[in-house]
Design a protein around this ligand. Structure first.
Ligand SMILES: [Fe+2]
Length: 139
């Protein structure tokens, strides 16, 4: 069974971004499964997936932040750049100094500090989900 599952407490109120964040959880679970099976060979594939995740997700998220004039846009973007820098390091050192536990810890911390804290700060700048808007317009 997977170690971690996405739940509503992780929601940023934008379905597209929530779905992408679920991919990050998949990556955490993949790293964990690799550790359990002592299968370090999945690392190369996992690093490619981290890169793909970052490319797609950060550009989507930054698109929302720009569109809705998030005031801390530049600072937020800087955190995304740092993620990519760490992934670069993993990629360069994958055959010597990187191991799956490091990747697992990095992704888990990203969930705890970036998604659960830094991403949460933009939630109030995002449009309300349609259901809530409908209810407001009726009252
Ligand atoms: Fe973010």
């Amino acid at each position: 069974m997977a170690l971690m599952q996405w739940d509503e407490s992780m929601s940023v109120g934008v379905e597209e971004l929530d779905m992408q964040h679920q991919k990050l959880i998949d990556l955490i679970n993949e790293a964990y499964a690799g550790i359990q099976m002592h299968d370090e060979h999945i690392m190369t594939d996992l690093i490619v997936k981290m890169r793909d995740y970052a490319n797609l997700h950060f550009s989507t998220e930054e698109g929302y932040l720009k569109k809705y004039n998030y005031p801390n846009f530049e600072e937020h973007k800087f955190h995304h750049v740092k993620f990519n820098t760490v992934v670069d390091g993993f990629q360069k050192k994958q055959f010597e100094k990187t191991n799956l536990s490091q990747i697992f810890l990095f992704l888990s911390r990203w969930l705890a500090t970036h998604i659960m804290e830094e991403d949460k700060q933009y939630v109030r700048y995002m449009p309300k989900p349609e259901a809530a808007v409908d209810q407001e317009s009726q009252s």
